[in-house]
Design a protein around this ligand. Structure first.
Ligand code: PLP
Ligand code: ZN
Length: 402
């Protein structure tokens, strides 16, 4: 089993840690695998057990699990009515151990690191990935290095440092930190589980497996994913392709890469028909989790969208906030990045690309509690009254028919 370059197909040994090709610089990936679902291993066991056939390249150790994956797929009638779809499903990834889908890929990355004999892991992140790697590193008893940019808000540091990693604020260009970390890692025996490393992509493919199982192998028409580095959508696409190649499903959905207009390198290249992405200058969006101006898997996401007739959509700030609120009003408090797929779906519906006969799955990638500062932008209010007048207040304010 070898890594294959997504750009030039050059092969590399599976013991490699650098996630990019020496030849063309594009990300590496593991080959498509086929198999069957291990049905006698129950749902809610470990991902590498139920889907064991699809992980031939790791010696799985279930004790590394913190209970990631096997998240609910919720049918949302009110939102599907508002959008005018036959059915809308929300894959609720906020229920993972550190409240985002990142935990799936972190488990696989830690697994690979341990298989290769590493005692140190790390990542470059300002948010969900930092918390995830810190948590899994702590659980596995590994020395864990988290590099963040020095401009990071204090409220984001606490939820990472609580796990006890070596947390380093690095001054300088954050974009270069990704590449610098790989160098520091190879010099110091630290396995950097960054955003789109091959094993992170392997983790994300389980989102697709679960969606197929939860829909009884009836493939939805559209699967909409918020895209930043691009690792998650690559994994979800790989998962559907592996189930198709295994004869478990009979077609692929249309994959939609959803981005915020304030930072949309994939959408821009896609809509201009370009084959490579360009760096976004001065990215700005409330959807911080997808604010990557130069996504390391951007070109590969473009290639996949082109090959599979996928789509890309960019959405405005006010629409992100609107759909964040609508999601919460449907019972799921997600972070702004995770509302981007709903805003994208609305746009596609307005354009008639999605219609009333279609079904769609939106991947709700991370919890709203990770970023409470945004609540100020929602103009939320509460009523007040005295205890003495509570009864009449309720009656007159809410219950009297006018
Ligand atoms: C990381 C992240 C994304 C983007 O995933 P990529 O693999 O970087 O494309 C989207 N939403 C949330 C909440 C995330 O944490
Ligand atoms: Zn290459």
């Amino acid at each position: 089993m070898r890594f294959i370059c997504t750009g030039c197909e050059k092969q590399f040994p599976i013991t490699r840690v650098d996630p990019r090709c020496d030849n063309c610089g594009e990300p590496l990936e593991l080959p498509l695998v086929t198999g069957a679902i291990n049905k006698h291993v129950p749902w809610h066991s470990c991902l590498t057990e139920r889907y064991r056939d699809f992980f031939p390249f790791v010696k799985a150790d279930t004790s590394l699990s913190l209970g990631e994956g096997f998240t609910p797929l919720i049918s949302e009638a009110n939102l599907s009515g508002e959008l005018g779809l036959a059915a809308l499903y929300l894959k609720n990834e906020t229920l993972n151990p550190t409240w985002s889908f990142k935990d799936r890929g972190t488990l696989m990355g830690v697994q690979h690191a341990l298989n290769l004999g590493y005692k140190r892991i790390g990542t470059v992140s300002t948010g969900n990935m930092a918390a995830s790697v810190a948590a899994y590193g702590a659980h596995a008893g590994l020395e864990t290095f988290i590099f963040v940019s020095d401009g990071i808000a204090a409220e984001k540091l606490g939820p990472v440092s609580i796990y006890g990693p070596h947390l380093v604020k690095v001054e300088g260009d954050y974009g270069r930190l990704y590449y610098e970390s790989l160098k520091v890692g190879s010099e110091n025996g630290i396995y950097f589980i960054n955003s789109d490393v091959p094993f992170r992509v392997e983790g994300s493919k389980t989102i697709a497996y679960e969606i197929c199982e939860q829909l009884d192998f009836c493939v939805p028409d559209f699967v909409v994913v918020p895209v930043s580095a691009g690792g998650n959508i690559r994994g979800i696409i790989k998962g559907f392709r592996e189930f198709l190649a295994s004869g478990l499903i009979d077609r692929l959905p249309v994959f939609v890469a959803a981005q915020a207009a304030g930072c949309a390198p994939v959408y821009r290249a896609y809509s201009h028909g370009d084959s490579t992405i360009e760096r976004v200058e001065q990215p700005h969006t409330v959807a911080h989790a997808i604010e990557n101006p130069y996504p390391p898997s951007g070109n590969e996401v473009l290639r996949q969208l082109r090959t599979l007739n996928g789509l890309s959509v960019a959405v405005e700030e006010q629409d992100i906030l609107y759909w964040q609120r609508r999601l919460a009003q449907a019972g799921i408090f997600a972070q702004p990045a995770s509302a981007v797929p709903l805003a994208a779906l609305k746009q596609l519906r307005d354009q008639g690309i999605v219609n009333e006969d279609h079904t769609a799955v939106c991947v709700v990638t991370g919890s709203g509690l990770k970023y409470t500062a945004v609540l100020q932008q929602h103009g939320l209010t509460a009523y007040s009254c005295s205890l003495r007048e509570l009864g009449s207040f309720i009656k007159h304010t809410f219950l009297v028919i006018q």
